[in-house]
Design a protein around this ligand. Structure first.
Ligand code: ADP
Ligand code: MG
Length: 668
């Protein structure tokens, strides 16, 4: 723990934690995101305006000056054998306390002009031992620039890293097998750690990054292989019979109001093959929004029932649980299957007699009294943490696990993260679905857009979602208030002749249910909602989706929201309103107009916003990479290959194992 180490870190502990620094060694893995190139050393006599240079010299004068409004200016003069140069800083009155007349200093920055004389304005600086001193860290070299946070500057971090590096260098050790280092031409570990922070030159920085990126993904790959082995050794169960119930399954499929798509058919076969094996299923079903995952899971639950087992279907929101409850009841209820709903606000009567339990997290906290749990389905699994996913399985002994998501992760990434999972893809949409036409609407067209929506509603009975932005991470009162205000505005000023209603996460379960029922029945024209409808809601007659402050959402998330419409055979539309003029943001949103594949959008977001953004908020349980990137598919591939090669003899490399254990311990 960092707060145990020294007083100063104790004071900084909270702030450092924001940067992911909890232990002393974490400083060494706080990786600079770029370097300032201050390696050109010059003499005062040669300094030219516009150049970025470093000058070493003796301080011949330094003092504070005072400007208006309590602002201060610091002025200094530095001398070397070729002349004198002026320096000014603003509002840093402590500088004359740390630099004294007579000190030797190293100054880096861009040379400016002041009345035709060269001058440094707010340069980097540090006191040095002598003019020959080359041990500088803030000047005179490639200087690392770190992600900083309030009260923890890049410069302060640089000082800590330098200190910790020199004090703890002896504790760093090489742990990769020599063969890998040799074959792939990697830098040594110790060298890489040093050079990533204080590189000799650009090439060293690059090599260091290459080595550490390799390590990061390679260790993840190994840990995923270990998890796979663990799953395989632990998870045995009684196989389900499929053959025996062929007739029943066929009859069930005929009872559906539609034919399964080719992809659904294939995935059902994959699932059945898992269920009929001796090893518990652990399958991730990734499917485009609206591709029909629910019915696939229902078929699996039916097979579970036929084999005399119970099933659980867990969802991240109460609204979704209610919807699934109804869907499953409709699909399975007529087959004498008892379905029960378990949510935080609804007290179920008799759980023990149910064959299928549908519910939210509330399932985790209840004593379900299930003896023969055969199958656990987790819908929108990205919304659950690793722990919760493991927890729900403990309601039975090694039940089969089917997790489902509409935010597909590229296959290579999925393998890296979940080595113990089998993957299924629903890559085909039901027949007759039309593309949801998508527009990024410029602010000047807002009123036209409203008019157009009004017309669509009165002429075609189109139903509309209007999504208000989330203001805070989870659905807070602030978000609810903003949505309520927007709802009032739309109801009173814009669509006063239409039927509007409001849906947000802080409503009582019953209220939410009633509103969605009314919307489903068509007695609401426009449903103003917070992003609670983001996942899973299925209302086939809704055809228009309007999203406010669209730039606050990830592309995959927008795709999810867009997936709430276009579920029937009517033409559907998605209108994006952006609360920004930033061209990069707008370009990102614009891609929604042309890209209709969730996987492609997720990948694009990965590149544009980085994994922290997309996975951090959307995909629980995904480790944040410090240096490598989940969009570096080549490196993911390469580390996978190397990991698989070394894995059978991993026991021969105790130092490597130790590193993996550290990673695995972090995860829970
Ligand atoms: P998601 O994969 O996003 O969870 P759902 O399971 O909610 O999608 O299905 C979306 C809609 O498509 C539902 O209304 C469902 O009844 C319908 N559906 C599912 N499979 C088919 C199919 N093969 N043909 C036609 N409609 C289907
Ligand atoms: Mg769904």
């Amino acid at each position: 723990r960092i707060s145990d180490v020294s007083r100063i870190y104790k004071i900084y502990a909270k702030r450092l934690e924001k940067l992911g620094i909890k232990k002393i060694e974490d400083f060494l893995f706080h990786i600079p995101f770029r370097y300032e190139n201050f390696s050109l050393i010059s003499k005062t006599g040669n300094a030219q305006a516009g150049e970025v240079v470093t000058i070493k010299g003796k301080v011949i004068e330094i003092k504070n000056g005072y400007l208006r409004r309590f602002r201060t200016i610091q002025k200094a003069k530095i001398e070397d054998e070729t002349g004198i140069i002026d320096i000014i800083w603003f509002n840093q009155p402590f500088i004359p306390k740390s630099i004294k007349t007579g000190d030797f200093v190293s100054i880096s920055g861009k040379v400016d002009l002041d009345r035709n004389r060269p001058i440094f304005k707010s340069p980097e600086y540090e006191v040095i031992e002598s003019l020959n001193d080359t041990n500088t860290i803030h000047t005179g070299r490639l200087v690392p620039v770190y992600p900083q946070t309030w009260g923890v500057s890049s410069k302060w971090l640089r000082r800590q890293v330098n200190k910790i590096l020199s004090e703890n260098k002896n504790e760093l050790y090489e742990y990769l097998p020599y063969s890998i280092i040799e074959n792939l031409g990697l830098e040594s570990y110790i060298e890489a750690i040093e050079q990533i922070h204080f590189p000799k030159d650009e090439i060293s920085a690059k090599n260091a990054k290459k080595r550490l990126s390799f390590d990061e993904l390679f260790l993840l790959q190994l840990s995923s292989l270990i998890k796979k082995r663990e799953w395989e050794s632990l998870s045995s169960k009684k196989p389900f019979s499929v053959e025996k119930f062929k007739k029943e399954i066929e009859f069930f499929l005929k009872s559906l109001p539609f034919d399964l798509t080719g992809a659904q058919d294939r995935v059902v076969k994959e699932i059945f093959s898992d269920l009929s094996s001796k090893r518990s299923m652990n399958r991730l079903l990734q499917g485009e929004v609206g591709s029909g995952k629910t019915v696939v899971s229902a078929i699996a639950m039916y097979l579970s029932y036929l084999n005399g087992y119970k099933s659980i279907l867990m969802t991240p929101t109460e609204i979704l649980a209610q919807q699934h409850y109804k869907t499953i009841l409709k699909l399975l209820g007529s087959f004498e299957i008892k379905v029960n709903l378990v949510t935080g606000s609804k007290k179920p009567k008799d759980l023990t007699s149910a064959n299928v339990l549908v519910g939210t997290h509330a399932l985790l906290f209840k004593n379900l009294g299930i003896k023969n749990l055969g199958l656990v389905v987790i819908d929108e699994q990205q919304k659950f943490g690793v722990k919760q996913r493991a927890e729900i399985r403990k309601k039975g002994t090694n039940p089969n696990l089917l997790t489902m998501t509409a935010t597909p992760i590229p296959r290579t990434v999925a393998l890296t993260l979940y080595g113990n999972l089998s993957l299924s893809y629903l890559d085909e949409m039901p027949k007759g679905r039309k593309r949801v036409k998508t527009w990024l609407v410029p602010p000047v067209k807002r009123n036209n857009a409203y008019k157009w929506i009004g017309k669509q509603i009165s002429e075609n009975k189109d139903q509309t979602f209007i999504i208000c932005p989330f203001i805070e991470e989870s659905e807070s009162m602030k978000t609810v208030k903003a949505a309520t205000k927007e709802y009032e505005r739309l109801k009173n000023d814009i669509f006063s002749n239409l039927r509007l209603d409001l849906l947000h996460g802080k409503m009582k379960a019953k209220e939410k249910e009633d509103i969605l029922d009314k919307f489903r029945k068509g007695s609401i024209d426009i449903l103003v909602a917070t992003p609670v409808v983001e996942v899973g809601i299925d209302i086939p007659n809704a055809t228009i989706m309007l999203i406010e402050e669209a730039q606050r959402f990830g592309l995959a998330q927008l795709h999810q929201l867009r997936g709430r419409v276009g579920r029937g055979d009517k033409d559907s539309y998605c209108l994006l309103f952006a609360g920004t003029t930033n061209p990069t943001s707008l370009k990102r949103l614009k891609s929604m107009e042309t890209i209709y594949q969730g996987a492609e959008l997720a990948e694009l977001d990965l590149k544009l916003r980085g994994p922290g953004e997309i996975f951090g908020t959307m995909q629980h349980g995904i480790p944040e990479l410090k240096i490598a990137s989940f969009s570096d598919f080549d490196l993911i591939e390469k580390t996978r290959k190397e990991a698989e090669k070394i894995f059978p003899e991993i026991a021969k490399y105790p130092k490597l194992l130790e590193k993996i254990e550290i990673i695995n311990a972090k995860e829970v």
